[in-house]
Design a protein around this ligand. Structure first.
Ligand SMILES: C[S@@+](CC[C@H](N)C(=O)[O-])C[C@H]1O[C@@H](n2cnc3c(N)ncnc32)[C@H](O)[C@@H]1O
Length: 251
């Protein structure tokens, strides 16, 4: 947690422009190639009367989209510098969002206090899955939903140990896969990110008690060019580079 907090505090300045752009959007887009909400349906259309929490909110644009849909939103992040941007943008947009500096693995928020929880590349990839998913479960009311988006395991498996862009080559074992440590890589070092095999995710959800409502794999659009988040367009047009899990806490 401390490693990832320091990485994000140091990197926060590189995320302000994207945060500003995403705060201005009236219709959400998701992930590195901006997949449209009309295709993915990550958020309920009407969130009036819902208590929603974002786990690892960064600059807070997902929190803003939920607030615009009528939710009462709490958003937690471990990086004071990311939260400084979130607070500034909330003030500029007149958004009433409760931003909390804290650890998504142990938020300190009360049991069963939310109807909806979400993470886009926040706790979803930066926290050990067993820990943050148990915390999300604790925070949700029975009948509540958790949606999270992060890297597809295949994209990490195909990324060289140097941290160079992913290739159509299997660079890492899938068996026992738990993510990647980017702290010591030659190219663009960052933090430690977590992930699981697909069967590993299913086993963990079942152990915690979540049911899987939907699972989506995201590809780059046909006209995508260049490389985003270490994934070249040519790769991401043929292979899923991101995944979304939609989970429910049964009543
Ligand atoms: C890529 S941002 C995600 C926010 C936004 N959706 C985005 O894509 O820019 C990742 C965020 O996760 C936060 N984070 C990492 N570990 C965390 C933890 N243990 N608890 C809370 N936030 C954490 C970082 O501080 C960072 O702001």
């Amino acid at each position: 947690m401390a490693i990832n907090r320091d990485v994000w505090d140091a990197d926060a300045g590189n995320w302000t422009e994207m945060g500003e752009r995403h705060w201005r959007l009236t219709t959400p887009i998701w992930g590195n190639w901006g997949a449209p909400e009309a295709e993915l349906h990550l958020l309920p259309e009407d969130m009036s009367g819902m208590d929603a929490v974002e786990l690892g909110c960064g600059t807070g644009y997902v929190a803003a989209w939920m607030w615009r849909r009528g939710a009462k939103v709490t958003a937690i992040d471990v990086s004071p510098n990311q939260l400084a941007t979130a607070h500034r943008l909330a003030a500029e947009h007149g958004a009433d969002i409760s931003f909390i500096e804290g650890n998504a693995e142990a938020t300190g928020l009360p049991d069963a206090s939310f109807d909806f929880a979400i993470s886009e590349y926040g706790a979803a990839i930066w926290c050990p899955p067993e820990v943050w998913l148990a915390e999300a479960w604790r925070l949700l009311r029975p009948g509540g939903c958790l949606v999270f988006l992060g890297n597809h395991p295949l994209a990490i498996i195909c990324t060289p140990e140097s941290g160079a862009d992913c290739e159509k080559v299997l660079h890492r074992p899938y068996r026992g896969f738990r993510g990647a440590d980017w702290t010591q890589v030659e190219i663009d070092p960052s933090g430690i990110c977590f992930n699981l095999t697909i069967s590993g995710w299913f086993a963990l959800f079942s152990e915690i008690g979540f049911t899987v409502e939907n699972y989506q794999e995201i590809y780059a659009p046909a006209d995508a060019v260049g490389s985003r988040g270490g994934v070249p367009a040519a790769w991401a047009r043929d292979y899923p580079f991101e995944q979304v899990w939609h989970l429910a806490k049964p009543t």
